[in-house]
Structures are given as structure tokens and as C-alpha cells.
Design a protein around this ligand. Structure first.
Ligand code: AMP
Length: 187
């Protein structure tokens, strides 16, 4: 199973991605997690990414594409994977399709869109700021991340709709309800 999770920051991609990965026995690949780890470790890549992340902007395509390409080559990702936070724009989606084809891997099966309205997103991200203390969950950065999502990532819904792969469900309810909804819709 090769799934791309789409949805605004705070829509539940990380939580549902974990559950899907455990369910299918495949890795969850999160560019956000990989970037935060690189920042924490103080690597060159982390240093390059930090300013964009702190400002709620997208990190340069070549950086995130490099991360994903390397990760997809690992043996555990061969049977399938759950992508959380990548692709985030159409250029990344096109490169992903080419990478999979180039490595003789199956294409993406489904793009799962967790639809949550802006008001609920703002509320959840404020909550997460308090609980997890993420640098980019501050009010002005949150606003910017939602704008970036609407401008750059939202068009991906059309991209995957055009490929007949888009499934949308409301990302509201309990974690378990949403998870069962996803399993049903991707089956
Ligand atoms: P996330 O944890 O997915 O919300 O990602 C946190 C931050 O990492 C984002 O606000 C971006 O600055 C950066 N980031 C994560 N994934 C990508 C991506 N695919 N393209 C560009 N920037 C990304």
C-alpha cells in the first residue's frame, strides 16, 4: 500500500499515519519529522531548513526531495509506505511519481485527504503549541502555515483527483473513528 496523506497542518496526518503504518506493517515517512531531527542534530541540512520551518514556509524542494528519495530506497519501504507531509506542492508530487517509476516501484495507490475547517485547525495547533511546544505552532506562524497550505498544497487535491486517486473524509471525530473511516475508504 502506497498512501499519501493530505490535509492542513493539524488535520491529523501524523496520528493517522502512525496507525496506518502499524496496520499495514510499512513505514510512515514524515518529512517534517526528518527535518526536525536534522535541526535538532545540527546537521548542514538542518541548518539550511531551520529558518524556513520557523517561519512556517516550505523548505526548498531539493532538500525534501533528497530526504524522500533516500528514504524510499531503504528496503523496508519497498513493500509500501505512508507519506505524511510530502508532497506539499505539485512539483514535489510530480517528482515523487517519477522517482517511483524510475525505481521500478508501484505508483501511489491513494491520496487520503483529511478535511478539517480552518477554525478547528487553528484551535488544534494552539493546543499543540501548549502541549508539544513546537516552534512553528505560534499564532503568526500558524496563520502563515495555513496560507501556505491553501496556496501551495491544496492544489494537490486536483493533481490526485486527476489521477483518480483522491479520497476525502472529514478529519473530525475520535482518532479511532477517523482511522476506521480511512481503512474503509482505501480498501
Ligand atoms: P510538518 O511537521 O509536516 O507540519 O512540517 C513542519 C515544517 O517542515 C513545515 O512547515 C515546512 O517548513 C517543513 N516541511 C515539511 N515537509 C515539507 C515538504 N514536503 N516541503 C517543504 N517543506 C516541508
Amino acid at each position: 500500500m502506497r498512501i499519501v496523506l493530505l490535509g492542513a497542518p493539524g488535520s491529523g496526518k501524523g496520528t493517522q499515519g502512525e496507525k496506518l503504518a502499524a496496520h499495514y506493517g510499512i513505514p510512515k515517512i514524515s518529512t517534517g519529522d526528518a527535518l526536525r531531527a536534522a535541526v535538532a542534530a545540527g546537521t548542514d541540512l538542518g541548518k539550511k531548513a531551520k529558518a524556513a520551518m520557523d517561519a512556517g514556509k516550505l523548505v526548498a524542494n531539493e532538500i525534501v526531495i533528497g530526504i524522500v528519495e533516500e528514504r524510499l530506497e531503504q528496503p523496508d519501504a519497498k513493500p509500501g509506505f505512508i507519506l505524511d507531509g510530502f508532497p506539499r506542492n505539485t512539483a514535489q508530487a510530480q517528482v515523487l511519481d517519477k522517482l517511483l517509476a524510475g525505481h521500478g516501484q508501484h505508483p501511489i495507490d491513494k491520496a487520503v485527504h483529511l478535511a478539517v475547517d480552518d477554525e478547528e485547525i487553528i484551535h488544534r495547533l494552539h493546543d499543540r503549541a501548549v502541549k508539544e511546544g513546537r516552534h512553528d505552532d505560534q499564532p503568526d506562524v500558524i496563520r502563515h502555515r495555513i496560507e501556505v497550505y491553501n496556496e501551495e498544497t491544496h492544489p494537490l487535491l486536483d493533481y490526485y483527483e486527476g489521477q483518480g486517486k483522491l479520497v476525502t473524509l472529514k478529519g473530525v471525530g475520535t482518532v479511532e473513528e477517523i482511522f476506521q473511516g480511512i481503512l474503509k475508504i482505501v480498501a
